[in-house]
Design a protein around this ligand. Structure first.
Ligand code: SF4
Length: 80
């Protein structure tokens, strides 16, 4: 089974509107009038996944996250 590509998500509580994510990933992040990021949550194109991971790692508050796609989640097993 092929897993779906990851999706971008922003934790609005943790985000402090640095705007770094929009600089690092302008293809998928734009800023609103107050400097908060707007992401559409659609699956990332494969060529953008590495850039998205870099943007998430660079977020000073760890508010930008990559969520596994639906297929990946469905195949994840508990190890307990
Ligand atoms: S880099 Fe992080 S804190 Fe800054 S705007 Fe993006 S998500 Fe928010």
């Amino acid at each position: 089974m092929r897993s779906e590509p990851p999706r971008l998500r922003v934790d609005p509580i943790a985000c402090t509107a640095h705007g770094l994510c929009a600089e690092l990933l302008p293809e998928r992040v734009r800023l609103d009038d107050w400097g908060y990021p707007i992401v559409d949550g659609a699956p990332l194109e494969p060529e953008l996944v590495a850039h998205a991971r870099r943007a998430a790692a660079a977020c000073p508050t760890l508010a930008l996250k990559l969520e596994a796609g639906a297929g990946a989640r469905a195949t994840t097993r508990s190890t307990r």
